[in-house]
Write a protein that binds this ligand. Sequence first.
Ligand SMILES: [Zn+2]
Length: 82
Amino acid sequence: MERAQARCSLCGKNVEPNAPSRPFCSDRCKMVDLGRWFRGQYAIPGEPAIALDPEEFEEHLRRLEARRAEERAEKGEHDDDA
Ligand SMILES: [Zn+2]
């Protein structure tokens, strides 16, 4: 069975078939796309658009990555012993 190579919807890089961040190559691209979507969603004509603070956004990404690393570490403890 032939599977088309998935491409990141944001940057166009190849995406691992079982990547948890699909359809994006990474959580970063996923979050950037989400941020864009939110901005579009809240952009009301005549009203100032809510700008996502870049620093806040980076902080959010860092927390997300830290959490995932923690989750992996927790799972790894059991898997490594087996
Ligand atoms: Zn990407």
